[in-house]
Design a protein around this ligand. Structure first.
Ligand code: HEC
Length: 208
């Protein structure tokens, strides 16, 4: 009886493994996500979701939007690109690329009128310009939200509010003329002061 149970269990496990690998083989995740400097351009040409922007380099924007708008959270599809500010990007790589980061690759960009340069890219070891580790900060949002922090997903809040991130989006140098709204100049000025006084840097350092 015990042997039978073990056989039944192993058969079930084998079936699950086979089904799992079939699903994997059939998933559009087999497409290769090629990312280089030319992959990034004006943030405002991406699709806005609440206060951030999304895209999908494999053309699967509907699935990316569905994940971003899922009220209880969802796993973003392969090829998803997510940005809050022009210089920081998360890209969903091929399934199995980096299980620990949920297959997200983190990018720190340098942007100017001529385009984007990739300053840093990687999985668990990319730090932003304030010395904060992308993966460590986004990790609390892993469950349910697939590492997307927004507000209330468990990540430590950043000292930059949505007025400031909005102003950064509207003044992305890759978009041509800034499309500033009222209050943006003040928000950008405040941000500049915070960075130059080291308030933002100190704040990020205090987290670790
Ligand atoms: C100090 C912690 C911290 C660090 C370090 C950090 N982030 Fe975030 N990130 C956040 C928080 C919190 C938000 C949500 C902010 C909001 O919308 O209020 C966020 C938002 C984002 C978003 C928009 C989607 C989302 O999760 O809300 C992207 C994309 C992103 N960060 C990428 C990066 C990348 C790439 C790096 C490293 C180069 C990085 N972040 C470093 C905390 C951090």
């Amino acid at each position: 009886m015990k042997t039978l149970l073990i056989i039944a269990q192993s058969t079930a496990m084998l079936l699950m493994t086979l089904m799992g690998s079939t699903a994997y083989a059939a998933s559009p995740g087999n497409a290769v996500v090629n990312i280089n400097e030319a992959s990034f351009s004006c943030i405002r040409q991406m699709t806005p979701v609440r206060h951030f922007y999304v895209d999908n380099v494999l053309g699967n924007i509907d699935a990316t939007l569905a994940a971003a708008n899922a009220p209880e959270g969802a796993i973003y599809p392969t090829g998803s690109v997510v940005q809050l500010v022009p210089t920081e990007v998360m890209v969903k790589r091929e399934p199995g690329t980096s299980p620990v980061t949920g297959d997200w690759e983190f990018f720190e960009l340098e942007v100017d009128e001529t385009g984007s340069k990739i300053a840093k890219r990687g999985f668990i070891d990319v730090n932003n310009r304030f010395g904060g580790n992308c993966f460590a900060c986004h990790l609390p949002a892993k469950e349910k939200w697939d590492f997307i922090c927004e507000s209330g997903h468990g990540c430590e809040p950043i000292p930059i509010d949505h007025k400031m991130t909005g102003a950064l989006q509207r003044s992305d140098p890759r978009c041509g003329e800034p499309a500033l709204e009222s209050g943006d100049t003040m928000a950008l000025f405040k941000l500049k002061v915070m960075v130059s006084l080291g308030t933002a840097k100190k704040w990020f350092e205090d987290l670790f």
